[in-house]
Design a protein around this ligand. Structure first.
Ligand SMILES: Cc1ncc(COP(=O)(O)O)c(C=O)c1O
Length: 290
């Protein structure tokens, strides 16, 4: 993707030039990854000549929940954040699909104590043009990573914090170095969890099955959309339960779903690059029907 730099961003209540949207290197947000965030898509509609933000209210609700879990006070209310998102989109005059990111982070603790509790918070909102991934059509080759997903006892995946993505990076870099497109994590119990930046689901015996929040996953808004569409429009059974690794190997279809990924078919799931053992390709099915 060749992405030109947007002109404007939003920081602590103000629209600023993109290059001036800066936070201090020693803030807890930057130094320790002490932040929570949401990534949201806005879709350009050519016919209406408008951008439509996808489920903003639900993303703001999850942002509040993440803030609550890390005991972060709310500096801006939802209406202010909503207006700020709209102003970032309007000021940049985007006419294409966009990825909006809202970050709420901790500033400085007393005496610059990096671990000390502080009510000093910051917030920034940025947006970048974000076309659909080519893997939406081509599908992705996945491998189970040797890294385990973080768990609710130590680094809760339910909290959408930047620090959690260290675990995601380790897994993604490992499988990309080994020639795959995406990692799939097992959780601490050894059952299927999620991908580094999206949920994972499978189609098996006519049901769509995805791991629940207790499997060490971020509870996905895209997955929730799939649940609603399958139940209301397609009459396909959607269930959330623990999934064994071998169940996923034997599934009819597997797909990733998340804001950035949207819905991406997994066209092979292997542990070694040239192993045919758990490799399959599918051409049609529920993934396309959604
Ligand atoms: C680790 C992780 N899991 C799942 C998801 C999917 O969540 P959503 O559909 O709300 O974007 C994301 C995407 O943000 C993610 O980063």
């Amino acid at each position: 993707m060749n992405c030109t730099k947007p002109e404007f961003a939003w920081l602590n209540g103000q629209i600023l030039p993109w290059d001036e949207c800066l936070i201090h290197a020693r803030s807890q947000a930057a130094f320790w990854g002490a932040n929570v965030f949401e990534g949201i898509r806005a879709y350009w509609n050519e016919k209406h000549q408008q951008l439509y933000i996808y489920r903003l209210a639900d993303h703001l609700k999850r942002l509040r929940e993440s803030m609550k879990c890390i005991d972060m006070p709310a500096t801006f209310d939802d209406s202010v954040i909503t207006k700020a998102c709209l102003s970032v989109l309007k000021k940049n005059a985007f006419r294409e699909d966009v990825h909006l990111v809202i970050v709420a982070g901790f500033g400085f603790g007393e005496n610059y104590d990096s671990l000390g509790y502080t009510t000093d918070t910051l917030m920034h909102i940025t947006a970048l043009p974000m076309p659909r991934s080519p893997r939406y059509d081509s599908g992705a080759q996945a491998a189970i990573t040797t890294w385990r997903r973080i768990s609710d006892e130590s680094m809760p995946p339910r909290i959408k914090t930047g620090a959690n993505y260290h675990n995601s990076r380790l897994a993604q870099h490992e499988v990309v170095r080994n020639g795959f497109d995406t990692a799939i994590f097992l959780n601490q119990r050894g059952t299927i969890s999620e991908a580094p930046g999206s949920c994972v689901a499978m189609v098996s015996r006519g049901q769509i099955i995805s791991p629940p929040g207790s499997s060490g996953v971020l509870e996905g808004i895209t997955l929730d959309s799939i649940k609603k569409i399958t139940q209301r429009k397609l009459s396909i059974e959607f269930i959330q339960r623990e999934i064994d690794r071998t169940e996923m190997y034997l599934a009819d279809e597997v797909f990733l779903c998340g804001t950035l990924a949207e819905i991406q078919p997994i066209i092979s799931l292997r542990s070694k690059k040239n192993s045919q053992r758990y490799s399959w390709t599918y051409y049609t099915g529920y993934t396309e029907a959604i």
